[in-house]
Design a protein around this ligand. Structure first.
Ligand code: IPE
Ligand code: IPE
Ligand code: MG
Length: 249
């Protein structure tokens, strides 16, 4: 029996988030430069997307470029930006055909103009599709997002449009770039690192974490299925005790 058959599809996560890590190390292990690894990482994005589609996942959020990644050597940053432009323009037809909605989270205005144009066009073209939503986190960091949310709420209070007493979880969630998306049930990080690196902070309050040593360019459909199986072996208690969950079932 394949891994996919072992998964209870009814209870598969509706939103999976992935920190795609390890491209540089993968390339360096083969004596290649880091960009070689980023290029190969694109194939793993295809694999993860296909696997998520097979599972009926509604949202797949991929951490593609963090606010901190600007501090890498200029050559690598330029290479990643070019790769983004090339990948989106090459793949958009196929993605559109398979009913994918392309969306972004992060500060798009901070990206090179070509990149902004390609991304905006791809989002616009696919926005009425009804399949999986692929959220690309570009120039994203959770702290950036939370600072923005705080500013926006403060502004509304100052302008008398909102009362301090009305600030609740929902009000904050509405200000996040994920405002129309449910929180991820499952967060995957590849490459053996066990950290969040400023990815979704608010949204992962109750996510299950799956860490794998697989480097991102080696990530295949089965690796995503393994993560989902691992997720399905967990008991999500949300602060309750086991017996309470059994009563609910
Ligand atoms: C992840 O791979 C891709 C980005 C952060 C853009 P890395 O480039 O971080 O690869 P490692 O972690 O150095 O191996
Ligand atoms: C996180 O990976 C960002 C992305 C995957 C885009 P990094 O490689 O930048 O994270 P650190 O530096 O290891 O924490
Ligand atoms: Mg890394």
């Amino acid at each position: 029996m394949g891994i996919l058959e072992k998964i209870d599809k009814e209870n598969a996560p509706k939103h999976i988030a992935i920190i795609m890590d390890g491209n540089g190390r993968w390339a360096q292990r083969q004596g290649q430069d880091r960009l070689f690894g980023h290029n190969f990482g694109v194939e793993s994005v295809r694999e993860a997307l296909k696997a998520a589609q097979e599972l009926g996942t509604k949202f797949l959020t991929l951490y593609a470029f963090s606010t901190e990644n600007w501090n890498r050597p200029q050559e690598e940053v330029n290479g990643i930006m070019n790769l983004l432009v090339d990948t989106i323009s090459n793949e958009v037809d196929e993605l559109h055909k398979s009913n994918v909605i392309i969306a972004t989270i992060g500060d798009l205005a901070g990206l090179p103009e070509r990149c902004q144009e390609e991304m905006t066009a791809a989002c616009e073209r696919t926005k009425n599709n009804t399949g999986i939503q692929l959220n690309l986190a570009l120039n994203y960091s959770a702290k950036w997002e939370l600072v923005n949310a705080t500013k926006s709420i403060a502004r509304r209070v100052m302008e008398g449009k909102m009362k301090i007493e009305d600030i609740d979880n929902k009000a904050i969630e509405q200000e996040l770039s994920t405002n129309s998306i449910p929180d991820p049930e499952l967060l995957i990080r590849t490459s053996g690192e066990h950290r969040i690196s400023n990815f979704l902070l608010w949204q992962i309050a109750y996510s299950e974490f799956h860490f794998t040593d697989v480097l991102w360019p080696d990530f295949k459909k089965d690796d995503l299925f393994k993560a989902v199986l691992d997720y399905q072996s967990r008991e999500r208690r949300f602060g309750l005790v086991s017996a309470q969950l059994e009563n609910k079932a």
